[in-house]
Design a protein around this ligand. Structure first.
Ligand code: HEC
Ligand code: HEC
Length: 185
């Protein structure tokens, strides 16, 4: 016979257990994504202050195997509710300043003219801040941006065929200029 007291007791013990499991899960991310939001390795992206919808989609895609990476730990045990909570947790952190230099004028001009012909900010929004499931690019690690753009082109990153098509349609030297320009924003 299950009493109301037993149900309440189970609910009360489940709530802190859930909170603790999220805290434990995000602690594991810091070893790569940084205790203060600055990843130790430049090929690892900033996730502090990234758009929550975007973080969630990436975790979902890592779990599904639509986005593959040999370094990234598996998130196959994560439930949707965990991934949404983790995404919200990181989105609320302040975006860290990696102190990357501004692109020199001729690189910035090349990037801006490529941006105008493709219309990147139509999706990534003004000043590349992103929104919802579209990521912030401003101030992201230059090495990571260059790597993930190359991965879209080779379909090593195959989770968004639309971005792959766009990256394939953009000249390689324009993309290099964009990575340098975006990192310095
Ligand atoms: C062993 C190192 C490592 C750990 C631990 C790790 N990550 Fe990552 N993470 C990476 C690397 C490397 C990438 C870039 C993958 C790529 O190049 O496609 C990445 C990418 C991501 C991205 C995509 C960001 C973007 O801009 O596309 C998200 C979101 C993410 N990680 C979240 C997490 C969360 C949440 C945790 C903890 C549960 C975590 N990561 C733990 C190494 C790690
Ligand atoms: C039609 C809308 C759209 C346009 C136009 C667009 N993007 Fe994106 N971009 C996205 C979306 C959505 C994602 C997230 C893909 C995913 O979920 O993996 C993305 C992802 C990215 C990423 C990966 C960021 C990360 O943290 O891993 C880079 C880099 C990027 N875009 C650069 C560009 C550049 C540079 C341009 C212009 C040349 C551009 N995008 C144009 C919608 C767009």
């Amino acid at each position: 016979m299950i009493s109301i007291g037993m149900i309440l007791g189970a609910l009360l013990t489940a709530a802190p257990a859930f909170a603790q499991s999220i805290a434990e899960k995000v602690e594991a991310c810091a070893s790569c994504h940084g205790q203060d939001g600055r990843p130790g390795d430049k090929s690892i992206p900033i996730i502090w202050g990234q758009q929550a919808g975007y973080i969630y989609i990436q975790l979902r895609d890592f779990k599904r195997g639509d986005r593959k990476n040999e370094i990234h730990p598996t998130v196959s045990s994560f439930e949707k509710v965990d991934m949404l909570a983790i995404a919200e947790y990181f989105a609320q952190k302040p975006w860290p300043d990696l102190g990357q230099p501004r692109a020199p004028k001729h690189i910035a001009q090349q990037a801006i003219s490529a941006e105008h012909s493709v219309g990147c900010t139509g999706c990534h929004l003004d000043r590349f801040q992103g929104s919802g499931t579209t990521p912030r690019l401003a101030g992201q690690s230059r090495e990571y941006l260059a790597k993930t753009i190359a991965d879209f082109r080779t379909r090593t990153r195959g989770n968004n065929p639309g971005m792959t098509d766009l990256m394939l349609a953009t000249p390689v030297d324009d993309l290099a200029a964009l990575a340098q320009y975006l990192a310095g924003l």
